[in-house]
Design a protein around this ligand. Structure first.
Ligand code: NAD
Ligand code: UDP
Ligand code: UDP
Length: 318
């Protein structure tokens, strides 16, 4: 077989990680999935566990890991505010100590390494849409800081290993992504609204719902991640990956109510501290360098996500 790589995916039992495991396994590679199952679950990868090219290790990346691999995708980190604020120090440790360990591993085996960074590095942005050159507007001491500053420090580490040890790095800033296998109770807006609508409960819109986000369907994101990893080595990032179509949270609530056919009403609640007012990626770099742009429209992606939650909420498997 040609060009079969041994690929480590940290956070591989999570929402994005499990889809990435499937994609790279499907491309013929050997996958080593490492996860401590803090927010992810073996249920997400149960259909892969007996595959001869798939291996799962339960491990916390804040501790050293010695394995032999060709490529590393570093996705391990709780991603929703409820989860990352539950153990804020562990969140920072996962981003920072975890990155140091994965970079040390990449340095030892000379592996190319991808970092799942985030649009949160832009904080509450004063520039709209956000290009990669924007340095961000981040509160260093607020409740979101363990995540935002942890991810910013991880980016620093990636670029220092690149400069100092000539490591091949790929740093992607991922914007809000949604789809099947989102955690039903992690408080993120798409999963919250879909679950609430399916249960006939009121949809909890924080603030007046005028704040915006740009939602990328999981399949589009995974395609962008893999294209980026396989691009020219000079393309280190940071590189925005997300869907530039911007929607207000109220528009999202109305779309979910309509697509589920739910009789749910909207219940306005207070806006969380430091909640960004608007967010939309400038993806011109990804479009020009990777010939990539999202293809799945919000309505199509929501229909598939609603199908997933309808099936999984009723049999309680997730
Ligand atoms: P997720 O919570 O579903 O996945 C994260 C995975 O990492 C989980 O399986 C969790 O158990 C694992 N993990 C957490 N701490 C760990 C540790 N110390 N050691 C080993 N495993 C650990 O979240 P997700 O949405 O799939 O996010 C994946 C990555 O993408 C994260 O790094 C996140 O910051 C980034 N990201 C996600 C989004 C999004 O919209 N989903 C946006 C921007 C960035
Ligand atoms: N490390 C690891 N696996 C490896 C190599 C290193 O987990 O295969 C960890 C190791 O524990 C170290 C970290 O990565 O703390 C950084 O390694 P590096 O070689 O860059 O730094 P040093 O060991 O010199 O501090
Ligand atoms: N949000 C909301 N209702 C919810 C959950 C979230 O109105 O039940 C809002 C939240 O205040 C934010 C947006 O939806 O403005 C996106 O929230 P999420 O936590 O999904 O992502 P992030 O804020 O990290 O972009």
């Amino acid at each position: 077989m040609k060009d079969v790589k041994r690929i480590l995916i940290t956070g591989g039992a999570g929402f994005i990680g499990s889809h990435l495991c499937e994609k790279l396994l499907g491309d013929g590679h050997e996958i080593l999935c490492v996860d401590n199952c803090f927010t992810g679950t073996k249920m997400h990868i149960r259909h892969l566990l007996h595959h001869p090219r798939f291996e799962f290790i339960r491990h916390d990346i804040t501790f050293p890991l010695y394995v032999e691999v060709d490529e590393i995708y570093n996705l391990a980190c709780p991603a929703s505010p409820i989860h990352y604020q539950f153990e804020p120090v562990q969140t920072t440790k996962t981003s920072v100590h975890g990155a140091i360990n994965m970079l040390g591993l990449a340095k030892r085996v000379r592996a190319k390494i991808f970092q799942a960074s985030t649009s949160e590095v832009y904080g509450d942005p004063e520039l709209h849409p956000q290009p990669e050159t924007y340095w961000g507007n981040v509160n260093p001491i607020g409740p979101r800081s363990c995540y935002d500053e942890g991810k910013r420090c991880a980016e620093t580490l990636f670029f220092d290993y690149h400069r100092k040890h000539r490591l091949k790095i790929k740093v992607a800033r991922i914007f809000n992504t949604y789809g099947p296998r989102m955690h039903p109770n992690d408080g993120r807006v798409v999963s919250n609204f879909v679950v609430q609508a399916l249960k006939g409960e009121p949809l909890t819109v924080y603030g007046d719902g005028g704040q915006t986000r740009s939602f990328c369907y999981i399949e589009d994101l995974v395609e962008g991640i893999v294209r980026f990893m396989n691009s020219d080595s000079e393309l280190t990032g940071p590189l925005n990956l997300g869907n530039p179509v911007e929607n207000s949270i109220l528009q999202l609530a109305e779309a979910v109510i309509s697509l589920t056919g739910s009789s749910s009403q909207i219940n306005y609640q207070s806006l969380p501290v430091d909640d960004p007012r608007q967010r939309k990626p400038d993806i011109s770099l990804a479009v020009s360098k990777l010939d990539w742009e999202p293809k799945v429209a919000l309505e199509q992606g929501l229909i598939r996500t609603i199908e997933y939650f309808r099936a999984n909420l009723s049999n309680h498997t997730e």
